[in-house]
Design a protein around this ligand. Sequence first.
Ligand code: C5P
Length: 313
Amino acid sequence: MTVAPTLPGAVTVRVPAKVNLELRVGPRRPDGFHALATVYQAVSLHDDVSIARWDDWQVVAAGTYADRIPTDGDNLAVRAARLVAERWDVDERLSIRIDKDIPVAGGMAGGSADAAAALVACDQLWGLGLDRDELAELAASLGSDVPFLLTGGNAMGSGRGEQLAPVLARGTFHWVFAVSDTGLSTPEVYAECDRLRERDGVRVGEPQISAELMAALRSGDPAALGAALHNDLEPAAFSLRPQLRELRDAGVEFGALGGVVSGSGPTVAFLTESHEAALDLSVSLAASALCRDLRRARGPVHGAQVVPVARTA
Ligand code: C5P
């Protein structure tokens, strides 16, 4: 990843991406969100968000996907920082540098990750001493996935995804992520999910995580986890982007233990047996020309954390 120079006195926070091991989508709620049951895993694709005092708000984008993020007030990291400034009456403006290595609009919570990182960075820079609950409340107001990016690891999400509970899990898992050139809009994917359900007369009840997935995580068995991967948004993502189905099927044919669209897509996540198997799968997928951008990662990893100054110098 390209590293842009850091401003003096900056605080840098490193934050991971997420994959949904299972995503069950329930009915649409009166507030427009869908009731969810999901199991998140944080994976080792990271953004670094650095903030420093500045005479106006500014976003500087660097890294792999720098050209694909907004650098105005729409940027979730800016919204997060402004929220903290307003809430705690801090009359300061910030330069926010984002080293972007998490795919953008890919279903891996890249924007949410930057919001989580900005919250942690502001807390540190302004010495606010926010506790876990205060951070989680701010995070939830910024997006359904943001609280999980604060904690990382493996966790179960309910409500609209923002209410977290710990999950018993062991082991490290090895992933290949097939990243698309153009993103998918999360609201559009949920809307397509509703449309398909309506068209097919599908009625859904309260979403629940499967016993198979929980058992797979408890045992740390990658083959069992690969077989248990599931995403209710996948038919909607396939409907909007039919080539994703071909990509998912190819990865499984090339030896992945399981393949699933990550979140609202279009990134397809493949679980493999080992680091070596992940390398092999990347080579096969690259040769198939179905996807040019393949990223390997392991999970779980921890959530947003301040990077000690010596490591950024
Ligand atoms: O919470 P977040 O900002 O990530 O949500 C983006 C959009 O995704 C929402 O505006 C909504 O359209 C959809 N969504 C949903 N149900 C959820 C989470 C997100 O319908 N539980």
